[in-house]
Design a protein around this ligand. Structure first.
Ligand SMILES: *Cc1c(COP(=O)(O)O)cnc(C)c1O
Length: 358
C-alpha cells in the first residue's frame, strides 16, 4: 500500500509483464492493453478503495444494470514520455471534469478529482515502460464508469465500477476520409445526451455509420435532428470548415460533445490571429462554398487522431471533393498541438500536465 499521497491504493502487481511480446511499431489502435488496470467500486453511497491489479476480465451479474439500461460513460486521453523519461498529459483536468458532466446526466455518482488523479498517476508510473518516446507514440488512456448493481428494475443503479485501462498507441492515420452529411438519421437531440460521453451515443450511431461505410464514406457528419440543415459534429470528432481563410465550427450545445481538441484548435487559431467563427453552419452554405471553390478544408478534431483531414463529402446524393490545399490549417493545427503535447514547443497555454512521480 502506498502512503505518500492522499489516496490509499491497493496494488497487486502482475507476476510477469507482457511488454516483450508487443510490437510497438505495429499496433492496432485500442486492441493491446498494458499489464495493469485501475478499479474502484461505488457502494453504500460512496467510492471505495482504489485498486490496481493485473489487466483481466471482470465478473458481473448478468442482470447488472449496465447491460440493460446502458448507464455507461467514458473518457479518452493520452500520455507521452519526454526525452528525460518524464511523463506528460494534455489537459487531463478537462477530461476529469467532463467525466463528471457525463456522470450527472446519466444519473451516475460523480468520481472525486483527487481519486481520479492519484489513481491515474499511480497507474501511469507502474506502466511507464509502455509509454514509448518515438515520434507519434503515446499511451491512450480509457477511464470509464459502468452500473454494476444487479437487478433489471428500470432505475439508476446504486452500485458502479470506475476503471482506467491503458493502451499503447502510435500516431493515428485513418487514410482518406470522406463523409456523409446526415439527412435521415440523428445522433442526438435537444435536451438529450449528445453532450455526454456516454456509450449509448455510440451504439445509436453504429448502424447509420455502417450504412455510410457500405456506401463508401468513412464517417457521418451529424446534422441537427429537427431540420438536418445544420452541421454539428462527426460523432467521434468535432468538425471544422475553412471557407476562404475563415475557420468555422458549430457552437457546443446539449447535442454536441465539448471536445478538448476542438477547444485547443480554437485557442490556437485565435492566437495565430486567424479569422474564426463559432456559429451555426448550414449544409447549404457548405454546398454553395464547395460549388464556388471557396470551401478549402474540412477536418475533424479529437484525441485519437488529433486532426483528421476530410477530403470530400456527400450531400443529398451528390459527391463533392475538396481541393488539395497548400498552407493547410489542418496540418498547422496538428503540428501545433502535437508539438505542445510532446514538449517540442513552448506551452504558453499551460496545457501540459507533468505526471507526478507517485
Ligand atoms: C470524444 C469525442 C469527441 C472528441 O473530444 P476530444 O476531447 O477532443 O477527444 C468529439 N465528439 C464525440 C461525440 C466524442 O465522443
Amino acid at each position: 500500500m502506498i502512503t505518500d499521497k492522499k489516496t490509499a491504493i491497493e496494488i497487486q502487481r502482475a507476476t510477469q509483464s507482457k511488454i516483450s511480446e508487443i510490437d510497438f511499431s505495429n499496433l492496432d489502435f485500442g486492441n493491446v492493453f498494458t499489464d495493469h488496470m485501475l478499479e474502484c467500486d461505488y457502494k453504500d453511497g460512496k467510492w471505495q478503495t482504489l485498486k490496481i491489479r493485473p489487466y483481466g476480465p471482470i465478473s458481473l451479474d448478468p442482470s447488472a444494470k449496465v447491460f440493460h439500461y446502458g448507464q455507461a460513460i467514458f473518457e479518452g486521453m493520452k500520455a507521452y514520455k519526454g526525452d528525460d523519461d518524464s511523463i506528460w498529459m494534455f489537459r487531463p483536468d478537462e477530461n476529469q471534469k467532463r467525466l463528471n458532466t457525463s456522470a450527472v446526466r446519466l444519473a451516475i455518482p460523480e468520481f472525486p478529482k483527487d481519486l481520479f488523479f492519484d489513481g491515474l498517476e499511480t497507474l501511469l508510473n507502474i506502466e511507464k515502460d509502455w509509454i514509448q518516446k518515438e515520434e507519434g507514440s503515446s499511451l491512450y488512456i480509457r477511464p470509464f464508469v459502468i452500473a454494476t448493481e444487479s437487478g433489471v428494475s428500470a432505475n439508476p443503479a446504486k452500485e458502479y465500477k470506475f476503471m482506467i485501462l491503458c493502451s499503447p498507441a502510435q500516431s493515428y492515420y485513418s487514410g482518406e476520409v470522406r463523409v456523409l452529411f446526415a439527412d435521415t438519421y440523428s445522433r442526438s437531440a435537444s435536451g438529450g445526451v449528445g453532450f455526454a460521453k456516454c456509450a449509448g451515443n455510440y451504439a445509436g450511431q453504429f448502424y447509420p455509420t455502417k450504412l455510410a461505410n457500405d456506401a463508401g464514406y468513412q464517417q457521418v457528419v451529424w446534422t441537427d435532428a429537427s431540420t438536418h440543415e445544420n452541421l454539428e459534429e462527426a460523432g467521434t470528432m468535432n468538425v471544422f470548415f475553412r471557407i476562404g481563410d475563415t475557420l468555422i465550427t458549430a457552437p457546443t450545445s446539449d447535442r454536441i460533445l465539448d471536445g478538448v481538441t476542438r477547444k485547443s484548435v480554437l485557442a490556437l487559431a485565435e492566437d495565430k490571429g486567424l479569422q474564426v467563427e463559432v456559429r451555426t453552419i448550414s449544409v447549404y452554405e457548405i454546398e454553395a462554398a464547395a460549388k464556388a471553390g471557396t470551401l478549402k478544408e474540412m477536418f475533424g478534431a479529437g484525441t485519437a487522431a488529433v486532426i483528421n483531414p476530410i477530403v470530400g463529402f456527400n450531400f443529398q446524393g451528390v459527391d463533392y471533393e475538396l481541393p488539395k490545399s497548400e498552407n493547410s490549417y489542418a496540418d498547422y493545427f496538428k503540428k501545433a498541438i502535437t508539438d505542445i503535447q510532446t514538449k517540442k514547443s513552448e506551452d504558453k497555454f499551460g496545457w501540459t500536465y507533468k505526471v507526478r512521480n507517485l
